[in-house]
Design a protein around this ligand. Structure first.
Ligand SMILES: Nc1nc2c(c(=O)[nH]1)N[C@H]1C(S)=C(S)[C@@H](COP(=O)(O)O)O[C@H]1N2
Ligand SMILES: [Mo]
Length: 418
């Protein structure tokens, strides 16, 4: 089947020409070491917290530079205050290995579906867009280690503040439909995904993630070709990535090129060794605990964060302070967000913004009254999701720095302007 023979693609923003154009842009030379001008203070407790801001990465606006190669780019918190949808050019970036294609030839790109199937497939991008029904929803993409830099005691790994997450409208096809076309054989257990990125050294484990067959066939897991109505930015996985709504982004494999159906549980490094969390509520263990059962990380937990406040921000005594932020239910919708100024003894309901779906960020706003006396004033926000799960008052902790989900606090400074 020739791509040239394909009928016009249905989605107006998604012509093959547009996808091609979005892939072609961006010189990767910048990866060698951008010129750094401004810095941002991530306020990470007890560790260096200054990071450069960079606009040198292809298809990306101003981002917090956590690492150059492979790129780790964090979204500034202020971006979440402007819109519940994170613009593509401000969407965070995370890769494990540095051999990432700098351009993608859409015409020769193929998605292989093979393994324990009746009919192995090799799909062009055009056939994927033409032969399968399109679906679309908004979902939060959050790194398992988002906010790791705030863990106390500190843990090793990328020292992210809260910006290793983003919320986008994804368009693509149901993984379920693609698997059905290949025909999964009885006895299939896991579906394994891999992309075009490769480790620099040959004996390092290529990044591969798996979902159980039932999960892969739930009709929600998506192979996405568009993000906020445009082709994916290269660094976010152009031209195809997996979307696993409600689950941490380690499963959202980018530059997806290979789907392998396995007749046994996937025990590759990235499933059996990496991304393990304590098998406890909130993945929590007491610091120093040595032996505990572990499981692969999976569903996200509810979170709420202030986006218009910073520690140490000055407010006038007795004044009314408008607070705002974003919340997510984790693996379901947001039921309510509450705000407290007395350490959690009393809570007041915040006003929720537009509901863009169960897997989306939801904006919240509230007014709090500044204390009458000068001094620090802690403001807390707590999300309860539609399954009735509320964020715990005590912050969860584990040595991987995963799944941060406790109630977050911002400490304002009450006092007359200096
Ligand atoms: N091919 C590929 N996909 C990948 C990864 C990777 O290293 N390679 N990293 C995963 C992890 S851990 C995260 S947090 C997300 C980051 O997605 P983003 O860069 O689009 O924000 O991609 C996921 N998908
Ligand atoms: Mo991640």
């Amino acid at each position: 089947m020739h791509d040239d023979a394909s009928p016009p693609l249905s989605h107006p923003a998604l012509s093959r020409r547009r996808l091609l154009a979005s892939a072609a842009s961006g010189a990767m030379a910048a990866w060698a070491g951008p010129l750094l001008a401004r810095e941002v203070d991530l306020r990470l407790p007890g560790k260096p917290a200054l990071r450069p801001l960079t606009s040198e990465f292809p298809q990306k606006g101003e981002m917090i530079l956590q690492r150059t190669r492979p790129p780790l780019l964090e979204t500034p918190l202020s971006v979440f205050d402007t819109s519940v949808i994170t613009p593509n050019d401000r969407f965070y970036v995370r890769w494990h290995w540095s051999q990432i294609p700098e351009t993608i030839d859409v015409a020769s790109y193929r998605l292989a579906v093979h393994g324990h199937v009746e009919r192995p497939l090799s799909l062009t991008l055009a056939s994927l867009m033409r032969d399968f029904e399109a679906i679309e929803y908004v979902a939060v993409n959050q790194c398992s280690g988002n906010s790791r830099g705030l863990f106390q005691p500190s843990v090793p790994g990328a020292q992210w503040a809260h910006g290793a997450m983003g919320n986008a409208r994804w368009t693509g096809v149901r993984l379920k439909d693609v698997l059905a076309k290949a025909g999964i054989k009885p006895g299939a257990v896991d579906v394994r995904f891999a992309g075009l990125d490769e480790p620099l050294v040959a004996d390092a484990p290529k990044f591969r993630k798996s979902l159980a067959v039932d999960h892969a066939s739930d009709g929600e897991v998506m192979i996405a070709y568009a993000m906020n109505g445009e082709g994916l930015p290269l660094l976010n996985g152009f031209p195809l990535r997996l979307i696993v709504p409600g689950w941490y982004s380690t499963y959202w494999v980018k530059m997806l090129s290979d789907i392998e159906i396995l007749p046994a549980k996937d025990d590759n490094f990235w499933m059996a060794k990496a991304y393990q969390v304590p098998d406890t509520p909130w993945g929590h263990v007491e610091p120093g605990t040595a032996d505990y059962p572990k499981v692969p990380i999976s569903r996200m937990v509810p979170r709420a964060l202030f986006t218009n406040l910073a520690d140490g921000q000055r407010v006038a005594p007795g004044s009314s302070v408008a607070v705002a932020g974003i919340a997510m239910g984790g693996d379901c919708g947001v039921a309510k967000v509450e705000v407290s100024t007395d350490g959690g003894a009393h809570w007041a309901a915040a006003t929720l913004g537009e509901d863009l779906g169960a897997y989306s960020f939801r904006r919240f706003t509230a007014k709090v009254t500044a204390l009458a006396a000068a001094g620090p004033m802690a403001v807390l926000c707590r999300c309860t999701n539609t399954k009735g799960v509320a964020q715990p008052m005590r912050m969860n902790w584990n040595p991987g720095g995963y799944m941060r989900g406790g109630v977050e606090t911002v400490t304002l400074t009450v006092g007359d302007a200096a």
